[in-house]
Design a protein. Structure first.
Length: 49
């Protein structure tokens, strides 16, 4: 995987596969600092059923 995003201190925040269109990001919607984080998780769970 190729690192596509990182914090100033080097913590990996985003990656992508070298060949395939596969991407990943570090995101915690359950965090108290994310407005509507609980709703985002609920929507994701409902959409994946």
């Amino acid at each position: 995987l190729k690192i596509t995003a990182a914090t100033d201190d080097g913590e990996v925040m985003g990656v992508q596969h070298w060949t395939y269109p596969v991407y990943g990001v570090q995101f915690h919607p359950e965090s108290i600092l994310t407005p509507d984080g609980k709703r985002m998780l609920e929507n994701f769970i409902i959409s994946e059923r």
